[in-house]
Ligand binder design. Structure first.
Ligand code: IVH
Length: 683
């Protein structure tokens, strides 16, 4: 083989591997590391090499596969009809070439349907006699994940159809999140010390794979259906099909239009490229389909996509500017976020001065040097992202960006935990932004709601040595507060603002702090900022343990026994209370008079189960698991986490683990069913 040939073979091998990797990141991890456009460019490059040298083509080349692999945690099910992707283009010429191919093939000009291309992820729904029986993700196009339980939580997707629907209906569409809902969710995640999602698409894709259905239900997902399988004879045209499925109750977007020529298609595209920001959700292009089903069937499919459709993708807004420096922010959990400081540039109507860099790996992948000209993109994201570097314009002697090794605020050596991408400052007790961040969290609306202390006031109290932890709030006095002041500079605008505490302010602050003493225990618990203890987990802990002392005394097993509390949360709670400084802070909170007891919401119903210890396991039909556990307690019984000689009953539902079953049998503990339990509590 000539060396030239060998280098082509190597290039094909390299591109194939790289693209498979990107497919995996995009479809399975929902965490792409390059832009769609960059991906498409590479794919085309590979396609053209493969065409010239078909002998070097990998049999599983990403130019044939639809993409991705299947995540293992959900049942994997074969699609009745493969879930294909579409051919796509960014250029007007290619769009017109598509029209030429189509008209040549069918021998006449055709009517197209023009639709928005929703930037979410694809879903296939199956209805039988009007009932939703299955929802599958695309997966690798051949097999997908069964996410029916999660899809049932999406309000716009009906569980039951109405009208003259057919006995069997397979429809496909896109699940997505509205931008506002996404932003709100991210704010909550940041407040909980969780990593925010990069954009609405990732957050929708991440959500659908969550195993806890009620968590999915809390995330605001929506959907549009855009493809009906079969029924060509009755439905006749694509747009008529969309009208019909809409009449059966399925969500369909209102902005689809017919176009009688490719020029009209182009008008639709340019109109929506301009108007897309008026929509409440992200679109990344327009999908053009031959409207007539009969003609669609004539045109048929290539190995990977229909010949009767094409996706025209909008350019992502991109600009190039200079990287001035990288600075590092410390969050309340100690996580370090690198931020790129850029020469200001106009992008999508706003001036961009910073871009998020996420973590050290990303800086390395980009091979960033100070002074580099970088490409900044703003897709659905709020914070723009650096997607590449123009190495041709790199200044001479430019220095590579080295991730810091010491905390920029307190100088402590940073750590990076195994398997995590972020660096942390471990000095949680003395690192100022961590302390201030925790107190900010404690007073936040969903925690102790001391709004009289908002707008940077915590920083002033901290700087004056009045606050070192949240419990210190309760020993503040009027004399300490009255007259304090500080000038604060707005980092973005450079504007200066004087914040001063007059008599009124001081009084208000003290009133707010006093009022917070009545805030329920679960919100106080959330306010402590224990890692992974968000609002929902805090509520669960408060309602199970009833008070702080019981929670502090709880062992790992007791915690894991609670529904949806896994090892990660349990360990975090235990670690938190093992810390002497935290126990001591809780004592000061207790002396201050905050609520460390849950309000009694459960009223006893009977004492049928007095003194009986239950282990609940498996899935139930009539009751939810939490509901069953509540019932046990309301009837005087007690829930315990694991089976031991002290267990009185194992209440077994469907899918109880075999190990538990064996243990119960070995110890001779009665295993009762949901019906048995019903009889016990109902006399
Ligand atoms: S039609 C066989 N219509 O974009 C035809 N797809 O790049 C099925 N998408 O796989 C697809 N909006 O996940 C179609 N109005 C729309 C769409 C749409 C978004 C997604 C879908 C598809 C991908 C193609």
């Amino acid at each position: 083989m000539t060396t030239a040939n060998e280098s082509v073979r190597e290039e094909i091998r390299k591109l194939t591997k790289e693209l498979k990797e990107h497919n995996y990141r995009y479809y399975v991890l929902a965490d792409p590391s390059i832009s769609d456009r960059e991906f498409d460019r590479k794919l085309k490059e590979l396609e053209s090499l493969e065409n010239q040298y078909p002998e070097f083509r990998d049999p599983n080349s990403p130019t044939i596969n639809v993409g991705g692999e299947v995540t293992k945690s959900f049942n994997t099910i074969r699609h009745d009809v493969p879930m294909l992707s579409l051919g796509n283009t960014y250029s007007r010429e290619e769009l017109f070439a598509f029209d030429e191919r189509v008209t040549r093939f069918v021998g006449q000009s055709v009517t197209y349907s023009c639709e928005l291309k929703f930037d979410g992820f694809a879903i296939g729904l199956k209805y039988k006699n009007g009932k939703l029986i299955q929802a599958l993700t695309r997966g690798d196009g051949i097999e997908g994940d069964d996410v029916t339980v999660n899809v049932r939580t999406i309000r716009s997707i009906p569980g039951t159809l109405h009208g003259d629907y057919p006995e069997d209906l397979d429809v496909r569409g896109e699940i997505f999140m509205h931008r506002k809902a996404f932003e709100k969710m991210n704010e909550e995640r940041i407040a909980n010390g969780e990593k925010p999602f990069a954009n609405p698409r990732n957050s929708a894709a991440g959500t659908i794979k969550i195993q806890e259905q009620d968590e999915v239900a809390r995330r605001p997902l929506d959907a549009f259906m855009y493809h009906v399988i079969g029924h060509e004879k009755e439905l006749q045209t694509h747009l008529h099909a969309l009208e019909k499925i809409h009449s059966w109750g399925l969500p369909v977007n209102e902005f689809s239009e017919t176009a009688n020529s490719i020029d009209e298609v182009w008008n639709f595209i340019t109109k929506w490229d301009k108007k897309r920001r008026e929509l409440s959700f992200d679109i990344d292009g327009v999908v053009v389909k031959v409207n007539d089903y009969h003609l669609q069937q004539e045109l048929g499919f290539t190995a990977k996509s229909p010949r009767w459709a094409i996706a025209y993708k909008f350019e992502t807004e991109r600009a190039s500017t200079r990287l001035l420096s990288v600075s590092y922010q410390v969050g309340r959990t100690g996580a370090i976020t690198p931020v790129a400081n850029l020469e200001p540039i106009l992008l999508l109507g706003t001036i961009v001065k910073r871009a998020s860099l996420h973590n050290e790996d990303i800086i390395r992948e980009l091979d960033l040097h100070t002074g580099d000209m970088v490409f900044v993109e703003k897709g659905g994201e709020i914070i723009p992202k650096i997607v590449g570097v123009d190495t041709n314009l790199r200044p001479e002697n430019a220095e590579v960006v080295q991730f810091i090794t010491k905390c920029p605020e307190c100088g402590t050596s940073l750590i990076r935990k195994e398997g995590e991408a972020a660096h942390y400052c471990p000095n949680e007790d003395h690192c100022p932004p961590q302390i201030k961040g925790r107190i900010e969290h404690f007073i936040s609306r969903k925690a102790m709601d001391i709004d009289s202390l908002g707008e940077g006031k915590i920083g002033i109290l901290y700087d004056n040595g009045l606050l070192r932890d949240s419990a210190d709030l309760y020993s503040l006095t009027f004399d300490q507060l009255n007259g304090l002041s500080k000038t604060i500079e707005n980092e973005e605008t450079g504007e200066q603002r004087l914040i001063s505490f007059r008599e009124k302010t001081a009084e208000k602050i003290l009133e707010g702090i006093e009022a917070s003493k009545a805030i329920p225990f679960n919100r106080l618990l959330y306010g402590l900022g224990i890692r992974f203890v968000g609002e929902t987990v805090a509520k669960k802990l408060a309602s199970r343990f009833k008070n702080m002392d019981a929670l502090m005394a709880a062992g790992r097993e007791d915690l894991i026994a609670i529904d949806e509390i896994g090892e990660r949360i349990a360990d975090s709670v235990i670690e938190y209370f093992a810390e002497e400084t935290h126990r001591e802070m809780v004592e000061r909170l207790r002396n201050a008079g905050v609520q460390l007891e849950a309000e009694e919401t459960q009223t006893a119903v009977s004492n049928e189960l007095e003194g009986k210890k239950f282990v609940v396991s498996g899935v139930f039909v009539k009751y939810g698991r939490d509901e069953i556990k509540d019932l046990i307690e309301k009837h005087g019984g007690q829930n315990i986490g694991s089976i031991s000689a002290k267990t009185d009953y194992v209440l077994a539902g469907d899918k109880m683990g075999p190990a538990k079953l064996e243990k119960a049998q070995k110890l001779g503990i009665p295993i009762i069913s949901e019906e048995d339990f019903d009889k016990m509590i109902n006399g």
